[in-house]
Design a protein around this ligand. Structure first.
Ligand code: ZN
Length: 184
């Protein structure tokens, strides 16, 4: 079932393929996630100026805790390039990668990471810690935080607010039902 998403996709000009351009495509993936009732996080991977991987969070629908946007995009990019090493690739993701995804980015030898919303609690590319800059690691990568941060913040905030309201309504309905039982 398609969920209504109050946010609309943005189609940037392909003439200026800067960080905002790629991040906008990641944001559009986040909207796709919302439509499937998934936490709206999206990612794309750029290689030689082109998007070679594009994915959104799918943990709920696949019942797979590893089905994060970044992991799915890494797999797509690796199969496109035909190599597990992604040194020449750049990842754009709407929210700072979690510990699992940050670890996968080290293992994939990603070239560079841009993310939208920082996550000081669970983010592992500079938020809570930085797995891209471990002193004795065999691979370090540069990261840039805060790309289209407001947009990426707003969609997540609105999604969790919607969920909170839905939960409150459910609880209220359960309470109303409770008072209507013949036992009372
Ligand atoms: Zn993750």
């Amino acid at each position: 079932m398609q969920e209504d998403c109050p946010f609309e996709k943005i189609y940037p000009s392909a003439l200026h393929r800067d960080a905002d351009y790629f991040m906008t495509h990641a944001y559009n993936e986040a909207i796709e996630a919302w439509k499937k009732d998934e936490v709206p996080i999206g990612a794309v991977i750029e290689y030689e100026g082109k998007i070679i991987a594009s994915a959104h969070n799918q943990s709920r629908s696949t019942k797979d805790p590893t089905a994060h946007a970044e992991i799915l995009a890494i797999s797509q990019a690796a199969s496109f390039i035909g190599d597990w090493r992604l040194n020449q690739c750049t990842l754009y993701v709407t929210k700072e990668p979690c510990p699992m995804c940050s670890g996968a980015l080290v293992i994939a030898r990603i070239g560079k990471v841009y993310y939208g919303l920082p996550d000081p609690r669970m983010g592992c590319v500079g938020g809570a810690l930085d797995l891209g800059a471990l002193p004795d690691s065999n691979h370090n990568f540069e990261s840039v935080s805060g790309v289209l941060q407001e947009l990426n913040h707003d969609i997540l905030k609105a999604f969790f607010e919607k969920k909170r309201q839905a939960n409150l309504a459910k609880k209220q309905a359960a309470r109303d039902e409770g008072t209507a039982t013949p036992d009372n």
